[in-house]
Ligand binder design. Structure first.
Ligand code: SF4
Length: 454
């Protein structure tokens, strides 16, 4: 029986899809990337913005057509849209056989069997004490060089614009022994970098000492070369985490610290629970402990009642922090959020103009920050052949910047194999940590060549 899974949205969804595939594979389903041949199609949905939902709906339209051609094929929707808009989904796409909310993934095998008989909708929550994480059991090589490991689910922050707390429910921290055991399994299956994920990892409570203590435990797992984590809420970031990032060599100098706005009044209206000043103090605190920390962040422009002057505060904060990169969006009201009840009074054109100004300012900073790596040697974790081809390899620095680089070989010239083969001849292979001399900077990536061994 063939299983097709399409994932929309964030790392959490990526992780959940991988776990659902593993659970179904253990009960005889065979993953396929060809939807037209699938006996079960699962769409793991995202509701963070309207655009994500419309992408889902067009995909479901195509899936329903497959079902018409192959009656008996099962169609399932999981994820945040399944949780938040179950009845609406089934009304719009009656061909759906299973709607499954994120709290009940542990039951996916049984629910798929039940859905073979009749339509099944399961979106009720389980209590925080009963919540069951699906453990990872990857096949050899399956995690890849860098892999996600979930440390918690849900969020208790209820930021005014965000659907996550309603979709994912209250925070539940996974026990530290379970996280460490999963990291061990992932490393055993070939991972070198572990990406710890949660909606707000800084409020992790699965061990005494919280998230900094968990970082120490994960860093103690043999074979873990690098550790990254996301997402951090600034209000919960403290000196213990800054120290852990400085003291634990495996923890990379990269921190995604969403700010959303540079205006204290707008932050309060967003219910972010920190001020502009407090955010800048957290950045300074981290830089005091890890001077070369690379920061990225999220910005929302055009939040209800945001004035031009308050937008300028976002711009000045962006210039003060000097992020490596930003993820920036125009405000769009999400049903069921507090902000959906506020007048969406910033005109679309004005939102678009503010977004363009912010992104242009960031492009200058990104160019400057990337330029700062030229002429330096950077450690790169080799992830595979470069998308550019041409025999180049690709990987990321500890600061999470992609580097495309050449690995010299005696056989240079015509007929040399693509990507990794070339690397193997000089001993470079996927998963290796290599020193790369940075020769140039593009708009988002770096160019280089293998640095001569000392
Ligand atoms: S911290 Fe705020 S923005 Fe982030 S997931 Fe929770 S509610 Fe959403």
């Amino acid at each position: 029986m063939k299983l097709f899974v399409k994932t929309f949205g964030c790392q959490m969804n990526e992780y959940d899809s991988a776990r659902m595939i593993e659970a179904l594979r253990l009960s005889g389903w065979e993953p396929t990337s060809d939807m037209a041949r699938a006996d079960l199609m699962i769409f793991n949905s995202c509701s963070i913005r309207e655009k994500a939902v419309s992408k889902l709906m067009s995909a479901l339209g195509r899936a329903a057509a497959v079902k018409r051609r192959r009656p008996g094929t099962l169609l399932a929707v999981t994820g945040c849209t399944a949780q938040l808009q179950c009845d609406w989904l089934v009304k719009r796409v009656p061909a759906i056989d299973l709607v499954l909310g994120p709290d009940r993934y542990a039951e996916i095998v049984a629910l798929v069997q039940r859905a073979q008989a009749r339509q099944v909708r399961v979106t009720d929550r389980v209590g925080v004490d009963e919540y069951d994480f699906l453990d990872a059991h990857p096949l050899q090589g399956e995690p890849g060089v860098s892999t996600f490991v979930t440390i918690m689910k849900g969020c208790d922050n209820w930021c005014a614009y965000c659907v996550v707390p309603a979709a994912r429910g209250p925070e539940v921290s996974r026990s530290a022994p379970d996280v460490v055991e999963e990291v061990r399994r992932m490393v055993g299956a070939g991972a070198r970098e572990v990406f710890l994920i949660g909606q707000n990892v800084n409020s992790y409570a699965g061990v005494k000492g919280g998230f900094p203590a968990l970082l120490e435990l994960v860093a103690g797992v043999e074979g873990v070369e690098r550790i990254r984590f996301t997402t951090s809420h600034p209000k919960d970031l403290g000196v213990e985490l800054a120290r852990a990032m400085a003291d634990l060599p495996a923890v990379c100098e990269w921190l995604h610290l969403p700010v959303q706005s540079g205006s204290t009044r707008v932050l309060s209206s967003m219910r972010r629970r920190y001020t502009r000043e407090a955010y800048l103090e957290k950045v300074a605190l981290v830089r005091e402990h890890v001077p070369d920390m690379a920061f990225t962040t999220d910005f929302i422009v055009g939040f209800p009642s945001e004035t031009r002057a308050e937008f300028d505060e976002s711009l000045s904060l962006l210039r003060a922090v000097r992020y490596d990169a930003i993820y920036s969006f125009r405000f769009s009201p999400r049903e069921g959020t507090r902000a959906a009840g506020l007048p969406d009074d910033v005109a679309l054109e004005e939102k678009q103009e503010r977004l363009a100004i912010l992104q242009a300012a960031q492009a200058e900073i990104t160019a400057e920050r990337l330029g700062g790596h030229v002429g330096q040697v950077r450690q790169v974790l080799v992830e595979g052949g470069s998308r550019r081809g041409g025999g180049q390899l690709a990987g990321r620095t500890r600061g999470n910047i992609t580097v495309n680089f050449a690995a010299p070989t005696e056989g240079e010239g015509e007929g040399v194999g693509e990507g990794v083969e070339m690397g193997v001849e000089v001993g470079v292979k996927v998963g290796d940590l290599v020193e790369v001399a940075i020769l140039g900077a593009g708009s988002h990536t770096l160019e280089g060549e293998l640095a001569p061994k000392e």
